[in-house]
Ligand binder design. Structure first.
Ligand SMILES: Nc1ncnc2c1ncn2[C@@H]1O[C@H](COP(=O)(O)OP(=O)(O)OP(=O)(O)O)[C@@H](O)[C@H]1O
Ligand SMILES: [Mg+2]
Length: 451
């Protein structure tokens, strides 16, 4: 046998890693993972514009992303190791969020051409820059150690005044098709509180975006379920959060003895709230994050969310009657093989055995959830039927009769009256339709429930 030494082209490897499907928000979170592992208590996300004149809604106007943490920081040797591709796992503690030694580099180069790391302990900060174009050009993987500039000193004195911590900059962000700042901020505000729920709630970690602290969000609303108890699909009125399954340990893989904790809740039924208050359903949807993209299982690995509303290839089918179903699966890193965790730690593919276990257990939970939803729906329809005007009132409530059309000058009274008459005529037609609908519904003997 003859061993042949093979070369790696670092520029192409980096470029390849950058194409594994990060969004700016998921790239930022990969870097936040490192901050949390470094025991940071305060993590700041700053997004800076290329051109200050443009609004946040403009695409392709991000200059750089900064992730600043007041964690342990790194000395010279540690920074140099951190910048390596496939950096050493010698320091990974228990329940680590790290796995491959790649996250900071792949996340950064997925968005920009430059990775800048400033880090230090005991007030001694060092700065390194890795430039993707320079690496590509020289065919060599290297970093430049450079002096701190005024801006760096400003950031250190503002955010790291205890003399330790790390600043990671995703610099020279690639403009083409890059999402707007507004889009990324919204994504972060929606997701960070869910992704880091346990760290924000239990470990005193605070994450700020543009100086606004992001709250911890429990997507299962367990505290409310604790107050209301278990779901009984025959008596539930659709008004509150209930337990479908309280936290329960299950065996996912008998050979490797991999276990997970699963919990499931039923969220309120939004249409129930619409009957009482115009827009009541929207309020409930917003409060409980109820929408088509959000039902399913939330999978947490070592207490960090890795999969949002996972449906596990059909275990949770596309079905509106499952909108209130919320599940959570808690695994630790011993389950990585069973879940086939990818480099971004956001895609999982279950082993056959684990899929079967989750599928079997889910059958009862889904049935309960669908039946409960069906009952809540029936109650809504019954109340509508008791008051046939309810539906028409709803339609009228929803109609806003404009005094004059948007974008035009106020017009004379005659035109306003004509517009009003037209709208009223149209709404009366809809009312007739709605009445006919209610009548038809009343004629039906029973409302179906799922078996
Ligand atoms: N903010 C930070 N504070 C302290 N150390 C850090 C920080 N960011 C990175 N490091 C160090 O750099 C190493 C490499 O980080 P990187 O994200 O590239 O890979 P990883 O976290 O080891 O693994 P993964 O690929 O799963 O993210 C980390 O293991 C950690 O030791
Ligand atoms: Mg990492």
């Amino acid at each position: 046998m003859r061993q042949v030494r093979l070369s790696i082209n670092p520029g192409r490897v980096l470029f390849g890693f950058s194409r594994i499907g990060y969004t700016p928000a998921s790239a930022i979170c990969d870097i936040i993972d490192n901050s949390i592992m470094a025991n940071a208590k305060n993590i700041y996300i700053l997004i800076r514009k290329e051109n200050e004149k443009y609004k946040d809604t403009r695409q392709g106007n991000v200059k750089d992303y900064l992730i600043i943490d007041d964690g342990d920081g790194m000395d010279e040797k540690a920074i140099e190791q951190a910048l390596e591709l496939g950096s050493s796992d010698a320091f990974y503690g228990e329940s680590t969020l790290s796995k491959f030694g790649l996250g900071m580099k792949s996340a950064t180069f997925s968005q920009g051409d430059e990775l800048e790391v400033i880090s230090g302990r005991d007030g001694n900060f060092l700065k390194y820059i890795v430039s993707l174009p320079e690496v590509q050009e020289s065919d060599d993987y290297f970093a430049n150690q450079v002096d701190l500039d005024e801006e760096d000193e400003y950031l250190i004195s503002t955010y790291l005044n205890e003399g330790k911590g790390t600043i990671v900059k995703i610099g020279k962000v690639r403009m083409e098709g890059h999402p707007s700042i507004k889009h990324t901020i919204e994504e972060l505000k929606e997701k960070v509180g869910v992704i880091y729920y346990y760290f924000l709630r239990n470990d005193g970690v605070k994450i700020f975006i543009e100086n606004e602290q992001l709250p911890a969000i429990d997507v299962l609303f367990c505290e409310e379920a604790d107050l209301n108890g278990n779901l009984d699909e025959n008596t539930w009125t659709g008004r509150d959060v209930r337990w479908i399954e309280k936290p329960k340990e299950i065996l996912l893989d008998s050979e490797s003895n991999v276990k997970a904790v699963i919990e499931v809740t039923q969220l309120p039924h939004p249409p129930t709230f619409r009957l009482e208050k115009r827009g009541g359903d929207t309020e409930i949807r917003e409060k409980y994050l109820i929408e088509s993209a959000n039902y399913g299982f939330y999978v947490y690995r070592n207490k960090r969310l890795i999969s949002w509303a996972e449906t596990f290839k059909g275990i949770i089918p596309m079905n509106q009657d499952l909108y209130s179903f919320r599940g959570r699966i808690l695994i630790d890193d011993t389950a990585d093989d069973t879940f086939n965790i990818d480099v971004k730690k956001s895609t999982i593919t279950l082993s056959d055995e684990a899929w079967n276990v989750i599928s079997d257990k889910s059958r009862e939970w889904k049935k309960k959830s669908i039946n409960a939803w069906g009952r809540a729906k029936t109650l809504v329809n019954e109340r509508k039927a008791e008051d046939p005007h309810q539906t028409s009132n709803e339609i009228i409530n929803d109609l806003e009769i404009p005094k004059f059309l948007a974008g035009t000058k106020p017009v004379d009274e005659k035109i306003v009256r004509e517009v009003e008459a037209f709208i009223i005529e149209q709404s009366q037609k809809r009312i007739e339709k709605a009445k006919a609908f209610v009548k038809r519904e009343m004629l039906k003997e029973n409302y179906p429930t799922v078996q």
